[in-house]
Design a protein around this ligand. Sequence first.
Ligand code: SF4
Length: 272
Amino acid sequence: MEYPIKGFIETSFSDWPGKVVAVLFLPSCNFRCPYCHNHDLVLRPEKYPDIPLGEIIESLQKYRGWIDGICLTGGEPTLHPWLLSLIQDLKSAEGLIAAGVSLGIKLDTNGTRPQVLKSLIDGRLIDYVAMDLKGPLQTDRYAAIAGVTLEEEGLAQIESSIQILHDGKVDYEFRTTLIPTLIEEEEVYALARRIRGARRYTLQNFNPRGAMDEGLKNVAPFDERTMRRMQERVNEIIKEKGSSPQCLSSEFGVQSSESEAGKSANYSERQK
Ligand code: SF4
């Protein structure tokens, strides 16, 4: 089966902690985060030709036994009904199996499709998940940072995904990109408290260059010292005792959920 894979990086050292991975970029997204660097992939995916899976597998064969996995990013990969099939094809590709072991799969997601996330975890199709937490878990605040209208139901989906990861059946991290004009330092700590007990919570600095919203171009990111201090503080918070996610949704309805850079586009400054 062919898939609309829009970008491909053969090797990345920064997408999966401690691992060397290839990165595949999948089109479209249901969010419009103003800081998004992949906005062409989100808004105009047809701009990029599809990269045949066979071509990708052939390119990666030379790294067999050397790369650890493949990161599926976007866009929002869980929007696509063919995602499961793509992962199965990647895991079973003979040219990518080394010593009888398939490559690991990392999924980047915004957490809006908990059912998909759960089925991939239950099917043992993914090995690591990086889920974005866009901002405070309140509909108005979350919507403002994700650039969309978000109802209670939408927020409940995100909370379900948090719970699914918190259940610990797959390794994971939460991550938040910090835009000084959109999120307050105290809100970041409050968010960390809501996910207390999480394995990892990574703060990413905002990069104004190439953001979807041109109005952010003149916004200065947090300085490194502030970023370090905030990261240290959230690390402390998520390890505090009494750890269970305080965001458990009562509406939880999921049945218990850069060597050769982008051949079609340059996504080297990804901020999902
Ligand atoms: S940052 Fe991620 S979730 Fe937000 S619009 Fe871009 S691809 Fe979608």
